[in-house]
Design a protein around this ligand. Structure first.
Ligand code: HEM
Length: 145
């Protein structure tokens, strides 16, 4: 009887542990990691600069921009915003764009360029949507000031 109880306990324990093992989900990786880390974000920003600086709908805004200064700031911003280990030390989005009179149409044009860029790197739909949702939430801070 005692041996039977021990056997039953062992079976119950192994079933419980098995259920735990299969139901314990790994926490999802950060967007930063899923995008491919700083190297991938650096490549995205480099490509985006190429697309946006040729985009006549918005390139006048960047007429005096030095990409070697702007790109590292944008890389740190996106790195930090996606959960990466970087520290963005620039201005907040309102302060960074105030006085530029960026229109909603200009914002949407840059958003299109970002989608073109993410598609160029074959960023999956889930991550692309997360990036665009993150940036879309900043629209009120960026436009019409
Ligand atoms: C959510 C969308 C946007 C994000 C996340 C973003 C991000 C940034 C960041 C991080 C900076 C650098 C600020 C600093 O160094 O203190 C910056 C500057 C700037 N942004 Fe944006 N931006 C966005 C939308 C736009 C749009 C739509 C335009 C124009 C069409 C624009 C034009 C500029 C310009 C001209 C600068 C100054 C660059 C320079 O000359 O140094 N941004 N932005």
């Amino acid at each position: 009887m005692k041996r039977l109880m021990t056997l039953i306990s062992a079976i119950v324990l192994s079933i419980t542990l098995g259920a735990c093992a299969t139901s314990t989900k790994q926490p999802e990786k950060s967007l930063y990691d899923r995008l491919g880390g700083k190297e991938a974000i650096t490549a995205v920003v480099g490509h985006l600069w190429g697309v946006a600086s040729k985009d006549d709908r918005i390139n006048s805004y960047f007429a005096n921009t030095k990409p070697e200064v702007f790109a590292p700031a944008l890389i740190d911003f996106l790195c930090q915003g996606s959960g990466g280990p970087c520290e963005y030390k620039g201005q907040d989005m309102h302060a960074a764009h105030v006085g530029m009179q960026i229109t909603g149409a200009a914002f949407d044009a840059l958003a299109e360029d970002i989608v073109i860029t993410l598609d160029h790197f074959k960023v999956p739909a889930k991550e692309k949507n997360e990036v665009m949702a993150m940036l879309g939430g900043m629209k009120p801070a960026v436009i019409n000031h």
